[in-house]
Structures are given as C-alpha cells and as structure tokens.
Design a protein around this ligand. Structure first.
Ligand SMILES: NC(=O)c1ccc[n+]([C@@H]2O[C@H](COP(=O)([O-])OP(=O)(O)OC[C@H]3O[C@@H](n4cnc5c(N)ncnc54)[C@H](OP(=O)(O)O)[C@@H]3O)[C@@H](O)[C@H]2O)c1
Length: 331
C-alpha cells in the first residue's frame, strides 16, 4: 500500500515522504480499516516536517484522522463493510495513522460513522471540527447562551476556528471572528460571523482587567491572545482553550478568575473518553453539524500531500484540507 511515512535520522532530523509499505506494517490492533479519507491538521504539519516534536517512535505513518470501511476485525464490535472513523488516541503520533491505504487500530479507538454523516463529511470535520464541538459543548455545559453576548473565535479562518464560527452561528450565537487574513473576511461572513476583527488592529492593553467584551471564547491561538481573552471576558463568562499556534506561554493574573468568575476550560481531543467522544460526534451530526462543510473544504490527493504542510506552519491555510486516499469508497 502507499503511505506517507515520517522518519528520524541518527541526528534526530525529521523527514517524510510517500512510500510503498506492506499492509502488515499498517499499525497494531484488532481492526483493519481501508482508508477512504484523511485530513490535514496543524499537528499533522508539525509531525511530518519535524517543526514540532509530536511523533514518538519511527518510522511512523502520519495522519491524526482517518475515515473508511472495516476490512477485517477480530473484535465482535465491528464487522467488515462497516463505515467508521478514528481521530486522536495518538494515531499519526505514537501509532500509525491515516495517511495510508490501510490502517490497523485498536477496536476501542474506533467510532462507528454517525448515520447522518458521509465518510467525506466526517473528514472535512475531522479532529478540527471535533475539537470545535468539544469547545462549544463545554461552554454550553457552563450555561453560556446566545442571550449573554458575543462569542469570539480566534484563529478563525483555520480548521478549528472556521468550524467553531460555523457551529456557533448555527446555534444562534453572535460570533466575532479574530483573523490575521484580510482576504478571509468574506469567507468568515459566509460562515455566519457577525463581526470580523483583524489581528493587527486589536489593542490588547496591559491592565489585569480590561473592558469586558465577550460572553465566551473559543481560543485556538494561546499565548498573548489567550491572556488578552482572560482580561476581556465578561463576568461569569468562559474560555475554551484548545490551541497554541500563537505560543504556549500564558501570562495573566488571578484577577479575572476571582473578580469576574471567569472560567478557563482546557480542551483535549486526543484522550477524550469514548462516552464523551460519541456524545460529541452525535452532536456534530445533528444540532452542531457545520452548515457550510463544502465551503470550508478543499481536497488534495495523497500524491500532493507532502507539498501541503508548509501552509499550515505559515498560518496561511484556510478552512479544512481533506486527503483523498480512496474516495471511491464513499458510496
Ligand atoms: N487541544 C486539542 O485537542 C486540539 C485539537 C485540534 C487542534 N488543536 C490546536 O488548535 C490550533 C489550531 O489547529 P488547526 O488544525 O485549526 O490549525 P490551522 O488550520 O493551521 O489553523 C490555525 C489558524 O490560526 C491562525 N494563526 C496561525 N498562526 C498564528 C499566529 N502566529 N498567531 C495567531 N494566529 C495564528 C490562522 O488563522 P487566522 O489567520 O484566521 O488568524 C490559522 O489559519 C493548533 O494549535 C492545534 O494544535 C488542539
């Protein structure tokens, strides 16, 4: 089978490329999946280029997302022909992932494809949309409703951000999209953003508490942006923090937490427990289903995959990039 594999040389230098690999090298587990689609996430770009040390164990087949059809299963939980998806659990990092024609994974990682989604739709959504939905689910558990005010999404034109904008607007929230891309304004308005803020135009201030602006936030950026959000969230508001494209440091004070009752919610899609995972996929396929999946998505082939990672590292990628591995499977 063909696969994109990641290697580390003796000096620890990372490289990746397309190779012919035996199906017996398609990972370890009870379920063999014929992969139809994968996708590209920021983390995939870090893994394939070595820009971030996210891969453990080499050589490694990349791809943190996959959707396809069960080829064989020694677990009674799955039957050949069944449509399934796998995201997280370290596939593409600590075990082999979705950038290959077959993937063997543990049965406990496999999610039956929700009936309302096609294999293609599930990979337009992928880890990015799953994470956006986790962020929103958490905010709603805390009681954030559209009546409370604006919800800001940072890194808004990216994979997580664009789907968070689409899902929140679909639920009736007034969404402010924070972006670095002037040419993404129309895209973000079409997804339902009520207001667009350009990253370069934001005056972040330095006070521990700034004028409250947002009922809630979905933050994919981290660093100074997340610190600014803690200072500008309204009393009793909340932030779902899932990303680090703007840095891993967080310099803030306790004042937003103890004087405004602000909640900072951590989001981890990789180790999300299966019961909550199934709940999130159910919501994604029903009330949170992004309304503009085709607008968000572009498709690339496995052949073109190696040339796609750079845009993610530069922050110029927009929306979601799906990798067609065997698209004919999506019947
Ligand atoms: N916690 C989890 O389980 C989880 C799951 C999925 C993703 N993530 C994280 O969430 C983040 C977004 O992932 P993704 O797959 O959506 O990535 P992506 O598609 O590459 O989107 C990232 C977006 O962030 C913005 N951006 C890029 N560089 C920036 C910078 N230096 N400062 C501020 N904004 C910048 C850009 O959007 P604009 O130009 O519109 O600002 C970019 O399109 C990543 O850090 C990823 O690791 C975490």
């Amino acid at each position: 089978m063909r696969a994109l594999r990641i290697h580390s040389n003796d000096a620890g230098k990372i490289s990746s490329g397309l190779e012919e690999v035996s199906v017996t090298e398609a990972g370890v587990g009870e379920v063999l999946i014929r992969v139809a689609f994968s996708s590209i996430n920021y983390k995939d770009a870090l893994a394939a280029t070595g820009a971030g040390k996210v891969v453990r164990g080499f050589p490694r087949i990349g791809g943190i997302d996959l959707a396809g059809v069960v080829e064989e299963s020694s677990s009674p939980a799955f039957t050949p022909g069944q449509k399934v998806l796998v995201t997280g659990y370290g596939i593409g990092e600590s075990s082999d992932g979705g950038y290959a024609e077959f993937a063997r994974v543990k049965a406990e990682w496999v999610v039956p494809l929700p009936g309302e989604l096609s294999l293609l739709e599930s990979m337009i959504i992928g880890t990015a949309g799953f994470t956006a939905a986790q962020c929103i689910d958490r905010l709603q558990l805390l009681g954030v409703t559209p009546a409370q005010g604006k919800v800001i999404v940072t890194g808004a034109s990216g994979g997580v951000g664009s789907q968070a904008v689409d899902m929140l607007a679909g639920c009736g929230y007034a969404v402010t999209a924070l972006t670095g891309k002037r040419d993404a304004v129309n895209f973000l308005k079409e997804l339902g953003a009520a207001e667009i803020l350009m990253r370069d135009d934001v005056k972040m201030g330095t006070k521990p508490l700034e004028t409250p602006l947002w009922a809630a936030a979905v933050d994919t950026v981290g660093g100074e942006t997340l610190a600014w959000l803690t200072r500008t969230i309204q009393p009793f508001g909340a932030i779902s923090a899932c990303g680090l494209v703007g840095g891993t440091d967080l310099k803030t004070t306790v004042l937003p937490f103890i004087l405004r009752d602000v909640s900072l919610l951590g989001i981890d899609s990789v180790n999300c427990p299966m019961a909550w995972r199934k709940h999130i996929w159910h919501r994604i396929s029903t009330d949170l289903k992004p309304r503009h999946l085709q607008k968000i998505a572009r498709r690339v082939t496995l052949d073109n995959l190696p040339g796609e990672f750079d845009a993610f590292l530069k922050g110029t990628a927009q929306g979601r990039t799906v990798v067609d591995i065997a698209p004919g499977l999506d019947k």
